[in-house]
Design a protein around this ligand. Sequence first.
Ligand SMILES: CC(C)(COP(=O)(O)OP(=O)(O)OC[C@H]1O[C@@H](n2cnc3c(N)ncnc32)[C@H](O)[C@@H]1OP(=O)(O)O)[C@@H](O)C(=O)NCCC(=O)NCCS
Length: 197
Amino acid sequence: MDRLNLVTPTLEYKDAAIDYINEFIKYNSDINGVGGLNRYLDDYEGWLVKIEEDKNRIPTEEKVPALTYFLVRESDNRIVGMINIRLALNEKLRKGSGHIGYSIRPTERRKGYNKINLYLGLKVCLEHGIKEVIMDCDKSNIASAKTMLAFGAHLDREDYIDSDGDLVQHYTIDTEKAINDSKDIYESDNKVKKVKQ
Ligand SMILES: CC(C)(COP(=O)(O)OP(=O)(O)OC[C@H]1O[C@@H](n2cnc3c(N)ncnc32)[C@H](O)[C@@H]1OP(=O)(O)O)[C@@H](O)C(=O)NCCC(=O)NCCS
């Protein structure tokens, strides 16, 4: 199994980051958990400033503090995924989207990478005192639902039809339990290393 790390975005990843987003566009895939990078393809440096500012935002109904990471494969330094972790929730996020958004690039899917992505993200949540992680996904997004269920996610409710006309499922994950229960799977043979800040 490949070893993956969460890495804080830097200038060094500029071309790789733009290539990551362009791959989603090429494959006409939904883009999630990228901290708005898709809106900054012409201004990567501006995006770095934005995500730095995101870290310490005072929570309001418009913005909350958030961390954005690349999920990087150690063997070839390729960005295979991204994750965006909201450290506080406002009313809107509590109703939908929750603490975590994530994605794996189309050419690297179905390798178990998103489960590692979420495992590492849950560790970040715990480091920030988030004991219960709230997440949601479209009911049709089997891959995302299965990722959450792999960490003991509890389906709390299904409610509104979103703009895509899909039913939305709302889950909660007991952060500490999820990490303890899956530690052996994700850390036993050094698949993952400590998150780089
Ligand atoms: C959702 C997403 C992150 C999954 O990434 P991934 O790396 O392919 O997921 P994994 O390989 O870790 O698989 C997780 C689980 O989903 C299953 N799965 C993955 N793709 C699947 C598919 N297309 N159909 C059915 N099951 C699928 C896997 O078999 C695995 O289940 P298992 O634990 O029973 O083995 C990826 O498809 C993606 O980036 N989609 C676009 C963005 C998005 O939808 N983000 C989530 C918004 S809520």
